[in-house]
Design a protein around this ligand. Structure first.
Ligand code: ATP
Length: 640
């Protein structure tokens, strides 16, 4: 075995087996029943072979018709009973397997829900989906087939061996002499199939990843806008080709294995006839034709299970690999969890304080450095700064999408890590830059945050969010379907619906992460009209890209390279002539994008979805997208 192979083989440790067993344990009663079924059906399956000997010796050679008929009927009855028990066994088996995978899927989904934002931004979505779907389905196969196969084959083997030795020990020994020959091809096939399975699994992850990224609405928009169809097709085609190659190799590895095995298997009966014949004819041994037939029949029944048991070794390695892959996810620590003595205050004011907060997504780069600010009840703060300066990161720390590395974030004077997560998050309403609406109706999207909301509450929220006019103009009103990710709506409409959604939640703290892409002036004004009263009435943090939003806040915090470099009110900051003044001159004041129409919104903010594993690539994609936007929004371009 090469070093690489050794490294990749799953380590079947005691812990792994115990863990697998822990999933089977709750169903021990049903499994016991399966065991009983297996024992009975294994014995009953072998009985007709034994009866064949008596049919030949007593019925045919003994010329006793009555006995012949009785033995034939008995043999048929036994076969029928064995088959009936087999049906019960397979029902029970499936029942157990389905229930175990049901438990596993639920536990995995729960666990994934608890994973932090970091997990979802760093892991490939395709990989997550493969583990949730095909790996767990593989486990179901294992439980339904492999485990019971091991049991039933072992029992059949033992019973057949006993029956053979009771008939004739010399012939029994001759029959099983070939068994060791089986192990050589089995070991070889096992190793190569394990390597192929692993490669196929990785290839399948890759394919899922490609599909997820390129067949999503935003992915397709990106592909179309950058004319990447051919490259994406080539990438997919190459992964697909690798996959079929691996699949063919894998099935052929099994095929050759079976050819060798069946050849070896067919040698056995011939040897029995030869040795049996010699014993009978030359040495006049106490053997009948029926005995030899029984031994050959039993041998036939025995090689089947041996064959399968050895095949199972291959499946076993494969199944352990699948379990290991699943457990690997289960073992990922839950980064953000409720403190054991988490506090649940009676009410929330939405006050926020950052005290010397330091944070980084990965060790190489510090994103936030010594960030401190305080937001009192009913006040509002606007965070401004160049792109990538850390504004969104600051707000990610408040609802604990990530935890701070240094310093503390306080919510109503309590360290957020000491607060109950549900309490914390349900008191914070976030309108994100990338508006995410589910493919359903406007009503369904709104009810997502408050299923018990009345029609009146829905309408009030929509009115406050300035989106009711739009909704009433739609033929189906609140029941208008928004399309995949809300793409049937314009960026402005989506954003206002998402504001209405947050308003239904009635949060103590409102966080509004303003979209960087500009909306047309009408949409912008409508959003502003919705935001202004909210900012005045509740505690709010605004990540602002527009002057109007900035002016609505009580205080402006200017962030650059993860540090707060300036703070104050608009006039003072402009006069100070620092970073803010520069931003004001370059971004807030001059707005060449105001007249930009629909196409700008439709480009799809979702391009910066976490599915872009590599952050450098994500930034690059974002940069490219911005370049396109810049180009489209260029005053010269606009003249056309
Ligand atoms: P923008 O105005 O463009 O939205 P921002 O000021 O909100 O930018 P952040 O999104 O907070 O900036 O990002 C700050 C830095 O952290 C950026 O350099 C970004 O590349 C990096 N970053 C953001 N999210 C992650 C992540 N999940 N993993 C690694 N790095 C990240």
């Amino acid at each position: 075995m090469t070093e690489e192979e050794k490294k990749n083989q799953p380590k079947v440790t005691k812990e792994l087996l115990q863990r697998v067993a822990s999933y089977l344990l709750p169903y021990w009663k049903q499994m016991l029943l399966v065991l009983v079924c297996i024992v009975f059906s294994s014995i009953l399956t072998l009985l007709p072979s034994v009866l064949t000997g008596r049919i030949i010796d007593e019925g045919l050679i003994g010329r006793d018709l009555k006995r012949l008929i009785t033995l034939i009927v008995l043999s048929l009855a036994v076969t029928l009973s064995a088959n009936l028990i087999g049906v019960a066994e397979s029902y029970l088996n499936n029942w157990i397997a389905q229930h175990i995978t049901y438990d596993m899927r639920n536990a995995m989904y729960r666990h994934l829900q608890e994973m932090s934002q970091r997990f979802f931004t760093t892991n490939n979505q395709g990989d997550i989906i493969t583990r949730m779907t095909s790996d767990i389905s593989g486990v179901q196969q294992i439980i339904a087939n492999t485990f019971t196969s091991i049991l039933s084959n072992s029992i059949t083997l033992i019973v057949a061996l006993i029956a053979m030795y009771r008939k004739n020990w010399i012939l029994a020994t001759v029959g099983i002499i070939i068994v060791p020959l089986f192990t050589i091809p089995t070991r070889r096939a096992g190793k190569s199939r394990w390597m192929l399975t692993k490669q196929a699994q990785e290839c399948s992850d890759e394919i899922n990843g490609i599909l997820n990224e390129t067949l999503s609405v935003s992915g397709q928009t990106l592909v179309k806008l950058f004319c990447r169809e051919e490259q994406e097709y080539a990438k997919y085609e190459s992964a697909n080709r690798r996959m079929i190659g691996l699949n063919i190799k894998e099935s052929m590895a099994g095929r050759w294995f079976r050819v060798v095995l069946s050849t070896i298997t067919s040698v056995g009966p011939m040897l029995l006839y030869l040795v049996g014949g010699i014993l009978m004819l030359k040495y006049d041994a106490d053997l009948t034709v029926g005995d030899i037939t029984v031994l050959v029949a039993l041998l036939g029944k025995m090689y089947g299970p041996v064959n399968q048991l050895l095949n199972i070794q291959v499946d076993w390695i494969r199944s352990m690999a699948m379990f290991s892959r699943i457990f690997e996810y289960f073992d990922m620590p839950v980064e953000i969890r409720n403190a054991p003595d988490a506090l649940i205050p009676d009410h929330a004011d939405g006050c926020v304080e950052f005290s010397h907060v330091g944070f980084s997504y990965n060790p190489e780069r510090k994103i936030l450095k010594d960030v401190s600010f305080k937001l009192e009840k009913g006040h509002s703060v606007a965070i401004v700064g160049p792109s990538g300066s850390g504004k969104s990161t600051i707000i990610n720390l408040i609802p604990r999408l990530y935890d701070v590395e240094e310093g503390t974030v306080f919510f109503d004077g309590i360290d957020v890590r000491k607060l109950d997560l549900t309490f914390l998050r349900s008191n914070i309403g976030v309108v994100t830059q990338e508006t995410y609406l589910f493919n359903g109706t406007i009503r369904e999207n709104l009810l997502y945050v408050k299923p018990e909301a009345t029609e009146e509450e829905l309408i009030t929220a929509c009115e406050k969010a300035n989106v009711m006019d739009f909704i009433s103009r739609q033929e189906n009103g609140l029941d208008t379907v928004v399309g995949n990710r809300g793409l049937k709506l314009s960026g402005g409409e989506k954003q206002r619906i998402s504001i209405a959604r947050v308003l239904l939640k009635q949060p103590a703290l409102l966080i509004f992460d303003e979209a960087t892409a500009s909306l047309d002036s009408i949409s912008e004004a409508k959003i502003q009209e919705a935001i202004d009263p909210l900012v005045n009435s509740c505690t709010s943090i605004l990540i602002a890209h527009r002057l109007s939003t900035i002016l609505a806040a009580d205080e402006i915090i200017v962030v650059k390279d993860g540090e707060i470099v300036e703070r104050g009110v608009h006039k003072d900051l402009v006069n100070a002539g620092g970073v803010y003044a520069e931003l004001y001159e370059t971004q807030f004041k001059i707005k060449p994008v105001e007249e930009a129409e629909e196409p700008v919104e439709k480009i799809g903010m979702d391009d910066y979805q976490p599915q872009h594993r590599d952050w450098e690539a994500r930034r690059k994609a974002e940069q490219e997208r911005r370049e396109i936007l810049d180009e489209m929004l260029d005053p010269l371009w606009m003249q056309f």
